[in-house]
Structure formats: structure tokens, C-alpha cells
Design a protein around this ligand. Structure first.
Ligand SMILES: Cc1cc2nc3c(=O)[nH]c(=O)nc-3n(C[C@H](O)[C@H](O)[C@H](O)COP(=O)(O)OP(=O)(O)OC[C@H]3O[C@@H](n4cnc5c(N)ncnc54)[C@H](O)[C@@H]3O)c2cc1C
Ligand SMILES: *[C@@H]1O[C@H](CO)[C@@H](O)[C@H](O)[C@H]1NC(C)=O
Ligand SMILES: *[C@@H]1O[C@H](CO)[C@@H](O)[C@H](O)[C@H]1NC(C)=O
Length: 535
């Protein structure tokens, strides 16, 4: 019996990509979205409505650049800024939905309540799905399920770690309730946690608050969006060339390089941010603003919280400050309440390549976008969908359950050695390597050797340039004819929105003026003379 009907749970960036990919593969998607619109957490809303817990705060801006964050066959408009405000991401998603005509596959205000194997699962691989459509229960049968419900659905707030917090008289809440800074004018605020959200919220508040304290247990390495020569960080670091070099280096060499680089920007020890862990052991925090607010005295970094009193906080170093409001930026956990069957996932949520549960007799359940790439999630979840749909159709086979478990175990051991024991770090993967791994499964990883022979100009950009998602549309199933052009024009799209004041004697709108500021003194000459000859 051929697989046809696919349920997609959630219409965030992962769900929308999944619908599109189903159509591309000739499958019939039905998407259930608990809230009234697309976009998932990128859809900013003042109030939380039922069916959806989390939206970004008002000012939230992407921390991955547009060329690295695009769907692989749908680049962002060239005039869009490199780091996009959440409203621009929504605009893009709306354009994507319109362009590929996805809206008619989405059932809004329809929450998936339960997903259960059918009694004949071991032969059919089918699922019973029960949804709550605006208060009305409906049942469906599906050949396969794509879980795209996101991993920011359960705020993590370990209240027992904060003695005295219930005694504290002022308001305190988890960062997911934070929307905008107006209410905090003139207040003394403590932000607990120095992840991306903690750093963002603390920096934003420090413009209006009387004082902001940022408490951190173990510090953090801070990197920035604006990288060398003003390039978007990810376009410089996440290249095939770097990934190749990294394979030749030891972990400690990479750590040393990264830490020196980040300390050259500001000394993490003096700024009170020095972390006990090495750069690669834990997710770094992306913030261009944090060091600036610290050096301007608007924000103070403090150690771990020891306890709260009625109107103050005492830190582990013994210091004490008065605060009016406490915000806990302590992160999220995720859950799949709708999966009733315990045999689907073990307690550690072990998944083969972070997508398939090895426990199932039939591979008809895929988790999309649960992995934590060091880089953009959108193209990763899209590629996972491309793999998953081909597995559903039987075009790709998974290894045996025991082989999958062996690989999962190996990866878990490796992660435990390399990373801190931490909920998030257990799902962290390097962007280029993980993309290539999934791409290899479905034969869409660019073949560099043949590319060098056929199209050296393109091969050059694929190898040395940012590893943009279009690379995975150059060959194999799902090949897109626009991929080559998208790759060769990506640097122009990066420069375009920056060139708002064009100098009379400036360089033409080309990557060279930007990428190779030091062309004149010859440093990068060898690499680029190659390309200028081809031009
Ligand atoms: C502040 C912040 C900044 C970020 N910045 C970036 C960035 O710059 N780049 C990047 O790549 N990633 C970033 N991320 C990560 C982010 O998770 C992804 O960009 C992206 O939102 C993941 O999309 P998703 O579709 O997987 O999940 P979500 O956006 O969470 O969407 C899940 C959808 O599923 C729906 N849903 C859930 N359960 C059910 C159910 N039972 N029934 C029906 N519908 C359901 C929800 O209503 C929601 O619409 C950021 C995250 C945060 C919090
Ligand atoms: C959002 O929902 C949570 C619980 O689901 C509630 O505690 C909170 O007050 C709500 N916030 C707003 C602004 O409605
Ligand atoms: C961007 O922010 C999100 C949410 O905090 C985080 O999960 C992700 O790792 C960040 N990405 C980068 C490249 O720092």
C-alpha cells in the first residue's frame, strides 16, 4: 500500500517546509495548527492566546543571516537586511506560502490531541490522529506523521533552584512572558540566565531600566552577528572550507582559536563573563550589544543567585542588590504530549539522526526541527523533511533498529564527552556537517569534484563561500534550476541592503569591495584572482 496521506503537526517554519516538501514528493499533506495563523514562534503577538504558548518578544531579530536561513529554493528578497526582524520573517513565510500555494493544506485552530499507532501498525505503519478543531473532536487516519511542533513549548523554570523566590514581593516571571521594555522604565531588574534570550532581554531593558543585573552560573562565550569586515558571522564561519579545516584540527585547537578571537573583542574575564567551559562545550551566546551595555555601566554581570529576600537578591559571592523585578531566562524543554504511546520514544528522546525513532516497526513518524544546529534551523528542518518523505515512500531505507541504536549511543557518548551535560547540548550539531550527513542520505550533497570539472566558478563559491541552503538543490531529487544563480548571486544579496549610501568612487555592487577589503594589500589575492579571471 503506497504512503499518501501525511499529517504535519504545526505550521511554524518547520511545518511549512514539510508541507511544501510533501507536495514536491507527490504526497498529500494535511497540516494541523493549534493557533489561528502560520509562523509559530516567529509570529509576534502582544497576548498569548489559547492553543499557543510562545511568541518572540517584540524586538526579536534573527541571529542567523538571511542567506543561511532561507528555504533552499526560495531566497529572501535581495533588499531584505541580513539579520531580519521577526516581522520580516513573517512576511517571508507569507510569501513562501503564497508562492507554493500551501494555505489550503492547513487547518487552523486545530490542535492535535493524540497520535496513536493503529492496531495493524506493524503491517501498514498507519496512525490514528485525534484533533480538537475549535472544540470539536475529529479523527483521522494517516500513513505517516511529521512532528513540527517546535521545541519552545515548555518554559523551563526550576523554582527549587531559587530559594526565597516565593518570598520576593515584586513580580517575577519566565522570559517567555516578556514582550517589550515599556513597562520597565526606571526599574531595577534582575535577569537570570545568559542564553541568547537572557542576553537579548537584559541588553534591551538596560536602555530604559534604572539598572539591570544579569546573573550567570557559569558565564558564556559571547560572539556577534557583525563579524570581520562587517560580514554576517555565519556566512564567514559556516563554509565547507572551514568545515574541512576543522576536521584537520583537534577540538582543543578550535577552542583556542575561537576563545582568542572572542577575547580579542573584549576580555571575557574582565567583563565577568569568562566561562568555566571551553568554547565548543556549550552553546555560545550571540550578542553584539551586551559588551557595549556592560562597558557603559547600564548592565552589571553577577554570579549565581544564592537566595531572594522580600525586595533584594543575594548572590553567591555574598553581594546583595535591591531589585524590583526578576526575569528568569532559564530556557525551555519540549514535550510531545500528543504521543500517547510510550514505545515511540525512550526517556532520552533518542532519535536516529534526530529524526526517526528507532523503536518503531515502520518508519512513519518523523521529528522535524528538534535538532539544535549551530546555525539556522529553517534549512535544516527542510532538509530533514526531504529525507523523511523519501523514507516514508520507501525510496530510502533506514538501518536495522539495533544499528540505529548503536549509532545513537555513539553520538550520545561523543556528546557527553564534548559538551556539558545539558538538555540542549544533547541535540547540538555542527551546521555544515549535519546538513551534509542528511543530504548524503538522499544524494543531494553537492559533488565538489565533478562540480570543479564542470563549473569551476560555482564549485569555488560552494567550497569557499557560505554553505547556503541552495547548495542542496544543485543535484539529485528536488533539483532546482535556480540554485546555481542563487549561489552565484548570494554575495550581492548580502551587500545590497547595506549599500544605502553609494559612494561616487566606490566599488561596483560586488562582493569584492566587501569581502576582500584587504585585496589592495594582497592578502586574499590568490583566492580571488581565480574568480576575477572567470568573471
Ligand atoms: C528568541 C529566539 C530567536 C531565535 N532565532 C533564531 C534564528 O535567528 N535562526 C534560527 O534558525 N532559529 C532561531 N530560533 C529557533 C527557532 O526555534 C526556529 O527558528 C523556529 O521557530 C523553529 O520553528 P518550528 O516550526 O520548528 O517551531 P515553532 O516555531 O515553535 O512552531 C511550532 C508550531 O506548532 C504548533 N503546535 C504545537 N503543538 C501543536 C499541536 N499539538 N497541535 C497543533 N499545532 C501545534 C504551534 O502552535 C506552532 O505554530 C530562535 C528562537 C528563539 C526563541
Ligand atoms: C499567558 O498564559 C499564561 C498561562 O498559560 C498565563 O499565566 C499568563 O498570565 C498569560 N499572559 C497573558 C499576557 O495573557
Ligand atoms: C539563536 O537563538 C536561538 C534561541 O535562543 C538559539 O537556540 C540559537 O542557538 C541561536 N543561534 C545562534 C547561531 O547563536
Amino acid at each position: 500500500m503506497p504512503v499518501e496521506k501525511i499529517a504535519v503537526i504545526g505550521a511554524g517554519v518547520s511545518g511549512l517546509g514539510a508541507i511544501k516538501v510533501c507536495l514536491e514528493e507527490g504526497l498529500e499533506p494535511t497540516c494541523f495548527e493549534g493557533s489561528h495563523d502560520i509562523g509559530g514562534l516567529w509570529r509576534y503577538e502582544e497576548n498569548n492566546e489559547s492553543g499557543r504558548l510562545y511568541s518572540v518578544y517584540k524586538s526579536a531579530t534573527c541571529n542567523t543571516s538571511k542567506e543561511m536561513t532561507a528555504y533552499s529554493d526560495y531566497p529572501f528578497p535581495d533588499h531584505y537586511p541580513n539579520y531580519l526582524h521577526n516581522s520580516k520573517i513573517m512576511k517571508y513565510l507569507q510569501m513562501y506560502v503564497k508562492h507554493f500555494d500551501l494555505l489550503k493544506y492547513i487547518h487552523f485552530q486545530t490542535k492535535v490531541c493524540s497520535v496513536k499507532k493503529r492496531s495493524d501498525f506493524s503491517s501498514t505503519g498507519q496512525w490514528d490522529v485525534v484533533v480538537d478543531a475549535n472544540g470539536k473532536q475529529e479523527s483521522y487516519v494517516f500513513d505517516a506523521i511529521m512532528v513540527c511542533s517546535g521545541y519552545y513549548n515548555d518554559p523551563y523554570f526550576p523554582i527549587e533552584n531559587f530559594p526565597g523566590i516565593t518570598r520576593f514581593k515584586g513580580p517575577y516571571f519566565h522570559s517567555w512572558e516578556y514582550k517589550s521594555p515599556e513597562k520597565f522604565l526606571g526599574k531595577r531588574i534582575l535577569v537570570v540566565g545568559i542564553g541568547n534570550t537572557g542576553a537579548d532581554v537584559a541588553s534591551e531593558l538596560s536602555h530604559v531600566a534604572k539598572k539591570v543585573y544579569l546573573s550567570t552560573r557559569r558565564g558564556a562565550w559571547i560572539w556577534n552577528r557583525v563579524w570581520d569586515n562587517g560580514n554576517p558571522m555565519d556566512t564567514v564561519l559556516f563554509t565547507r572550507f572551514n568545515s574541512f579545516i576543522n576536521r584537520l584540527l583537534t577540538t582543543s585547537m578550535i577552542n583556542k582559536w575561537a576563545e582568542n578571537k572572542l577575547n580579542a573583542k573584549f576580555n571575557h574575564e574582565i567583563y565577568g563573563l569568562k566561562s568555566e567551559h571551553r568554547f565548543l562545550s556549550h552553546q555560545a551566546t550571540l550578542s553584539d550589544e551586551l559588551p557595549h551595555q556592560i562597558i557603559s555601566g547600564r548592565l552589571q554581570v553577577k554570579s549565581n543567585v544564592k537566595e531572594f529576600t522580600e525586595n533584594a537578591v543575594i548572590f553567591e559571592d555574598g553581594s546583595q542588590v535591591h531589585v524590583d523585578i526578576v526575569i528568569f531566562a532559564t530556557g525551555y524543554t519540549f514535550n510531545f504530549h500528543f504521543l500517547e504511546d510510550n514505545s515511540v520514544l525512550d526517556s532520552q528522546c533518542s532519535m536516529y539522526k534526530f529524526v526517526f525513532s528507532p523503536q518503531l516497526e515502520k518508519p512513519t513518524l518523523a521529528f522535524i526541527g528538534i535538532v539544535q544546529p549551530m546555525g539556522a534551523i529553517l534549512p535544516v528542518s527542510e532538509l530533514q523533511s526531504r529525507w523523511a518523505t523519501r523514507v516514508f515512500k520507501g525510496l530510502n531505507k533506514l538501518p536495522s533498529a539495533s544499528d540505529m541504536m548503536i549509532e545513537i549511543k555513539q553520538i550520545q557518548d561523543k556528546m557527553e564527552n564534548q559538551f556539558l551535560k545539558n538538555r540542549r547540548d544533547a541535540r547540538r550539531v555542527p551546521f555544515v556537517d549535519y546538513m551534509d550527513e542528511i543530504a548524503s542520505e538522499i544524494k543531494v550533497k553537492p559533488n565538489l569534484l565533478s562540480l570543479f570539472l564542470r563549473d569551476p566558478k560555482l564549485a569555488f563559491e560552494v567550497f569557499f563561500g557560505p554553505c547556503t541552503p541552495y547548495q542542496y538543490r544543485l543535484q539529485g531529487p528536488g533539483k532546482w534550476n535556480g540554485a546555481r544563480r542563487a549561489i552565484l548571486s548570494q554575495r550581492e544579496r548580502i551587500i545590497k541592503p547595506l549599500r544605502t549610501r553609494v559612494l561616487k568612487n566606490g566599488h561596483p555592487l560586488s562582493y569584492r569591495s566587501f569581502w576582500c577589503i584587504d585585496l589592495q594589500d594582497g592578502k586574499s589575492q590568490d583566492i580571488y584572482t581565480f574568480r576575477s579571471r572567470k568573471d
